[in-house]
Design a protein around this ligand. Structure first.
Ligand code: ZN
Length: 319
């Protein structure tokens, strides 16, 4: 690290190739080489979209793909969690309802505005045509705690909170009939898990709950759709390994009385060989280690990231 790294992903300008993959009679995955994914469920009478893309302009491309396979109305948007890059495209779908866990709603109230400014600053490419984002927040119109079932005609769709991990409000979308799981950012594949708002101690157990559903296919938050039990297991296990390895390294450093910067250097070096090839590794590591250090020391809950705190942290760890 001789020259300072450009902040977060501001140097990442390369457009990605989109794939629209059919996973079952009712499920499709909109993926883009490690950029944020969108899951699509097509029921008897309606379409459900899980995670919206970062702007209405970008969501328009998801809608274009949906219209190639169905003309049913897009009635439901599910927010797997509160992050801006997942929710700010919602208005493009003109859904009847926007669904989220009550915990996600609470996080939008508490830190939605700060997160919006922070995320746009971190990764400008992911907010293409950001001027199409309406002012204010994307507000859920229906919230739930624990479990909610939607019936798209005869198709059962479960929204489940199986524990904390990537955030406090994490929700997965589960199709029992097809055994398709949309995991949000609880699972990534060939992409570095962002853990700046995470609960490291809970995340592995939550992954065990996801595995217990025995999915046949899984749409991760980033990376290609995972098809077949072997690929699903690989996605769950590689995410678990990253989260566990990172937290173990940070915990050991904190227990030895090292400061955050020293722990960051040690942990970056420890994880780079196994995970350094995953997209956004350099972007995520400072945020992930900072949150892990907080959790291992004195902050049970993630502190709010603001555009200003982002910059201060980056300057402290990367210079
Ligand atoms: Zn996220």
């Amino acid at each position: 690290m001789t020259t300072p790294k450009k902040f977060a992903s501001q140097a990442d300008l390369e457009e990605k190739q989109v794939s629209f993959t059919r996973l079952s009679d009712h499920a499709y995955a909109y993926t883009a080489e490690g950029d944020p994914n969108t899951g699509i469920i097509i029921g008897d009478d309606a379409v459900l979209v899980a995670d919206t893309q970062a702007t209405p302009a970008m969501a328009a491309d998801v809608i274009r793909r949906i219209r190639e396979v169905t003309d049913k109305p897009i009635k439901y948007v599910v927010l797997t969690h509160y992050h801006a890059v997942r929710v700010l495209g919602a208005s493009a779908y003109q859904p009847q309802q926007i669904l989220a866990s009550q915990d996600t709603y609470d996080l939008i109230v508490e830190r939605g505005e700060a997160d919006k400014a922070s995320e746009i600053g971190r990764f400008p490419r992911l907010f293409r045509n950001v001027e199409t984002v309406p002012a204010g927040m994307t507000w859920p119109t229906i919230t739930f705690q624990g479990k909610m079932t939607l019936w798209l005609g005869k198709l059962e769709v479960q929204l489940l909170q199986l524990g904390r991990g990537h955030t406090k409000g994490d929700t997965v979308v589960w199709l029992p009939q097809d055994r398709v799981l949309l995991s949000g950012d609880l699972v990534e594949f060939d992409a570095t898990p962002y853990a700046g708002d995470a609960y490291f101690k809970d995340w592995p157990q939550t992954l065990t709950h996801l595995a217990a559903l025995k999915p046949l296919s899984l749409v991760p938050g980033r990376g290609p759709a995972l098809v077949g039990e072997a690929q699903v297991a690989q996605g769950l296990e590689s995410t678990r390994a990253f989260v566990s390895d990172l937290y173990a390294s940070v915990q050991a450093g904190a227990a030895a009385g090292k400061d955050l910067k020293a722990v960051y250097r040690d942990t970056y070096a420890a994880l780079k060989p196994a995970y350094g090839q995953w997209v956004i590794f350099d972007h995520c590591m400072p945020f992930d280690v900072t949150r892990a250090y907080d959790e291992a020391t004195q902050h049970a809950d993630p502190r709010i990231w603001t555009a200003e705190r982002d910059r201060q942290m980056w300057a402290a760890l990367e210079n």
